[in-house]
Design a protein around this ligand. Structure first.
Ligand code: MN
Length: 416
């Protein structure tokens, strides 16, 4: 049960940024190069300006940074206190934030009037493959429907080390990649434009506490190391991937662009939406076992908007369909002593549900292009066309409590 909170600030009922959320991000505008901020309703809250009133009792320079990393480094006892204090200020109608007009005017800015920047400096990025419906669909399409999952799949959360340099914040655009492919009917590979440009509906979590080499994180203490989550689109060139991925996994099919949402929703804000995870059979090795409800009920949606057109919802999925939890992914990632650092990003893998409209990639939604998606302008899509914009949205809802992520959006431009 979430205890009911009432804010004096006007918050639209369907806002992702309710009093229960208070995510963290970095913004800029004509006067501010980069400040740490939070969000409430349609507004951002400039935490650097707010700390001029000394409400958090911390050195305000940590809010005048390009990235959240230094703030996150302060540790959860402090970052959670900042979030809780902010919640109190927004609920207490006698608080300095409400009564000091000059402070109020400096702190609140319309979200539509600012630009959100990359929230964290990502040191290392890992992508998992932890949705059983996705792994089953892909195995069915490309291998053997009777043995869709590879022998390791139900024993460990499969993952690979990705590329951090090309992770961009929502609102960017990028060019259709080119590369080496081997058409099914050709003897030799060719070089050219990727024709099968796809999306992957994912979320990612951000490491909030570093470890030393040699240390492992357990499923029981994993949450201490998870600062929060963002939406994640792992853009994928399927034709490049098919040819290159054996035996070491994705490389150039994935590293040209990934998109994240700008607001880091804290794991504490998501706690009320925890749900029971999958029954994991066969039984996992002890280091992967866990107690309690560790999945999260996060509604996920994907929209495709053609240039000059209107949005088409092409997928409705949910984070709760994940077979492996974040805690298991982190325990597995570090079981060999691999160290993690604040700001590292760990993506879920494509999140598909059991039904056809819940598939998290166009590869699955169109079943390898055999069932094109009909758009509301009458055109069809097998994969992403030039100048299409893809937007992922995500939110949790339980009774009147809503905590959302905002949008993760990017536009595919024609090849350079
Ligand atoms: Mn992926």
């Amino acid at each position: 049960m979430v205890s009911s909170l009432n804010s004096w600030f006007t918050i639209p009922e369907d806002s992702d940024f309710s009093i229960y959320n208070l995510p963290f991000g970095i913004y800029s505008d004509e006067n501010v190069k980069h400040h740490v901020c939070s969000a409430i309703g349609d507004y951002i809250i400039d935490l650097y300006e707010l700390e001029s009133a000394d409400v958090f009792d911390i050195n305000r320079s940590v809010f005048d940074k390009q990235f959240l990393n230094d703030f996150i480094e302060l540790g959860k006892p402090i970052t959670n206190k900042v979030r809780e204090k902010l919640q109190n200020l927004l609920c207490d109608s006698n608080s300095v934030l409400k009564t000091n007009e000059s402070l109020y005017n400096h702190v609140f800015k319309k979200q539509s009037a600012v630009k959100m920047l990359m929230p964290v400096k990502v040191g290392d990025y890992t992508d998992f493959y932890s949705s059983i419906d996705h792994a089953t669909n892909v195995g069915t399409m490309f291998r053997d429907p009777a043995n869709a999952l590879l022998p390791n799949w139900k024993h460990l959360p499969v993952g690979y080390h990705g590329r951090a340099s090309s992770i961009c914040v929502s609102g960017h655009s990028f060019h259709r990649p080119q590369g080496q492919q081997k058409p099914a009917d050709a003897d030799l590979p060719v070089y050219g434009l990727s024709k099968l440009l796809d999306i992957e509906l994912e979320t990612a979590f951000i490491i909030g506490k570093s470890t030393e080499m040699g240390d492992s994180i357990t499923t029981a203490n994993a949450q201490e190391h998870i600062f929060g989550m963002v939406l994640f689109n792992d853009w994928s060139a399927r034709d490049i991937q098919t040819w290159e991925y054996v035996p070491l996994g994705p490389f150039l099919a994935k590293n040209f662009a990934s998109t994240i949402s700008p607001w880091v929703v804290t794991i504490e804000a998501l706690e009320p939406f925890r749900v029971k995870g999958y029954e994991q059979e066969p039984k996992l090795l002890p280091y992967l076992q866990y107690q309690g409800n560790k999945n999260i009920d996060i509604n996920l949606e994907v929209y495709l908007t053609p240039q000059g057109g209107t949005e088409n919802k092409i997928c409705t999925s949910n984070y709760k369909y994940m077979y492996y939890t974040m805690e298991q992914q982190l325990a597995h990632h570090t079981v060999n002593g691999c160290n993690v650092n604040v700001g590292d990003m760990m993506a879920s893998g494509t999140i598909s549900g059991p039904q056809a409209h819940e598939y998290g990639s166009m590869l699955e939604l169109t079943w390898r292009g055999t069932k094109p998606i009909k758009l509301n302008d009458g055109t069809e899509r097998k994969f992403v066309n030039d100048n299409d914009t893809i937007t992922i949205k995500g939110f949790c809802q339980k009774d009147e409590v809503r905590v959302g992520f905002g949008e993760c959006t990017a536009t595919l431009l024609p090849a350079k």
